[in-house]
Each structure stands twice: as C-alpha cells, then as structure tokens.
Design a protein around this ligand. Structure first.
Ligand SMILES: [Zn+2]
Length: 196
C-alpha cells in the first residue's frame, strides 16, 4: 500500500508542495521555513539568504557550504608535474569552505559549479529575506553533497596541466550550512548574483 504522508510545515501548518520526488528540503510558501523531509519526520532547518548584487534575481538556489579543508596525501603525475603540485598545494591551503549545489542539476554541471565556488571562495553576506524571496527546493542531502565533493576535488586536480596518475586525499569537514544564493538563468546554466 502506498504510504501517504501529510506534508505540513512544522512552523505554520501550511501544506508543503515538493516539485520533485527527490526533494530533501522544501521552503514553506507560507512562512518561508526551510523544512527538511526525513522519513523520520519533518524538521525546520536554518537557511541563510545571501545578499544579492543585482535586482534581476530569478531564483534563490540552495547551496551547501561546508567548513573544512582538503588534505592532499599523495599526488603523482606522469612525466613531471609541471608546477601542478605547487598549484595544488597553494589552492588547498587557501580553501576553508567547500561548496556543493543542492538544487536539481545534472551531475556534470553541479560539479562544474561547485568547482568554481571552491576556487573562488566567495564570502556571502547574509540578508533578511523579503516576501518575494523563496529558496528553490533542495534535492541533495549533506551526505550526498560530501560524495559530490570527492568528484569536485578530483576534477579540479585532473584538470591541471600535468597528467595526473594517482591522487589520494581526505576531506575534513567541521560543519555545514544551507545558503540560498541569488541567481538568474544564463543559457543552460546559472549566473550567480552574489558579487565577489
Ligand atoms: Zn510554514
């Protein structure tokens, strides 16, 4: 028998309407609470809206921001590293936050977007959400986000100018936050309106 669960906002009681079967966090249309959908029950979670650098925002996209770092334990390339080892050391020593798109997006694209954020290390400013701002639902859990982070680190290292042969690394995180990031459509991807 199909199990029907009443999805009601734990804060205001309004019905929640997930767009996708894979939704894991949904914003309440009534009170804006971000509600995580667990089999064990619904829970209000904290979400921070990032200040926008533009008034052309089309969506507030969910982004997991992990605090932590990446330790490269072993990096070997064929025929010399051509400076790539140094570039790798420089990047990962500066990285303090790791970013994973949480909205529904093909894996390839999610990886590319996450990589850009990891390299840029943007500092988002928090803003008070107004009535017209509502975070798009998230389809990626923090646990899935961590798995995607493995691919993000791997693809950043594989994209360097040497022929990467072996890479061993460890991602250490100390916590994570959910942010809603202002964006607008640009071709088949997004432009993020968070300034620098
Ligand atoms: Zn509500």
């Amino acid at each position: 028998m199909m199990q029907l669960i009443a999805l009601k906002c734990p804060t205001c009681g309004q019905n929640l309407k997930p767009q996708s079967n894979e939704a894991v966090v949904v914003s309440c249309g009534g009170c804006k609470t971000a509600v995580s959908l667990h089999q064990s029950g619904l829970k209000a979670i904290n979400v921070q809206y990032a200040a926008s650098s533009s008034n052309k925002v089309e969506a507030w996209l969910p982004l997991w921001v992990f605090t932590g770092k990446v330790n490269i334990k072993r990096r070997e390339s064929q025929g010399g590293s051509k400076g790539a080892d140094k570039d790798a050391a420089k990047l990962w020593s500066s990285v303090q936050r790791l970013f994973v798109p949480a909205w529904q997006e093909p894996v390839q694209q999610a990886r590319a977007i996450g990589s850009q954020f990891v390299v840029r290390q943007p500092a988002f400013k928090m803003s008070e959400p107004t009535d017209d701002m509502l975070m798009t639902e998230a389809t990626v859990t923090p646990e899935d986000g961590l798995k995607l982070l493995d691919f993000i680190v791997l693809s950043l290292e594989a994209d360097r100018k040497d022929w990467l042969e072996d890479l061993q690394f460890e991602i250490q995180t100390t916590g994570h936050e959910l942010w809603a990031i202002p964006a607008r459509r640009k071709g088949s991807s997004w432009e993020f309106l968070v300034g620098k």
